[in-house]
Design a protein around this ligand. Structure first.
Ligand code: DC
Length: 231
């Protein structure tokens, strides 16, 4: 049985996570928010009172990552997000997380992966690739709304600045930078509702799925991240 892979890349707060979850449910595929892997590494480095900019500390945290801890609400905290962006710049961290992501994607019937380098590095063979983006200002409003709904105090200017810094770091790093794959379809969500983005994506992907011969049905559990070496 072949795997149908949908790669969704884009910057922070572009709407790619919501879209990826809805597409996975719609097409009966598994889903992983790959940012949560980098966030978990960042969280563990901070918890150990080490520096996310230190490649040795970050690589050790990536190598001993506990997959059961990916649901931790602390992963959504702003300091963890910043640390994630820092640890994600270390090539050793990316290498340590590569095998798990590939195994997740290629387990039949397939999966939706959202992140920064899915279409370019993790799954260049994905049958469908979307690059989901929005203006920094729109993304900052979304992020600020999300934070304030969680009861956090929000400074819009600081949120916007943080988004700009993160964009620069994610796009400017030398290993697996955030960039649109040549064969990805660009979806600008700045002026679209989540429903409109979903309908657009289903239209784009549906044809490829029917021509692929894959027959997705929801699988019961994702593969274990453990036991995979570096690729
Ligand atoms: O999507 P997010 O905000 O949860 O991601 C957190 C950080 O992880 C982000 O700054 C960049 C990094 N990341 C990455 O480098 N590659 C991915 N595939 C996913 C996330």
């Amino acid at each position: 049985m072949s795997a149908f892979i949908i790669a969704i890349d884009g910057p922070a707060a572009s709407g790619k996570g919501t879209l990826a979850r809805r597409l996975a449910a719609h097409f009966g595929l598994a889903h992983i928010d790959t940012g949560s892997l980098y966030r978990a590494v960042g969280r563990d480095v901070l918890k150990a009172a080490l520096d996310p900019a230190d490649p040795v500390a970050a690589e050790q945290a990536a190598a001993s990552l506990d997959p059961a801890s990916l649901d931790d609400p602390r992963l959504r905290a702003e300091d963890v997000g910043r640390a994630a962006s820092q640890v994600a710049a270390h090539p050793g961290v990316r290498a340590a997380l590569l095998a798990f992501q590939r195994r997740f994607a290629t387990t039949p019937p397939g999966a939706v992966l959202d992140g920064r380098d899915i279409g370019t590095v993790i799954c260049p063979e994905a049958q469908a690739k979307l690059f989901v983006t929005a203006s920094p200002e729109v993304r900052a409003i979304r992020r600020a709304t999300e934070l304030s709904a969680r009861g956090e105090k929000v400074d819009y200017a600081a949120v916007l600045e943080d988004i700009r810094v993160r964009d620069e770091r994610d796009s400017g790093r030398s290993t697996a930078p955030l960039r649109q794959a040549d064969d990805a379809v660009l979806v600008d969500t700045s002026n679209l509702t989540a429903d409109a983005v979903f309908d657009l994506a289903v239209g784009l992907i549906g044809g490829r799925l029917s021509g692929s011969g894959a027959t997705p049905t929801r699988r019961s559990a994702p593969p274990s991240p453990q036991g995979g070496g570096r690729e």
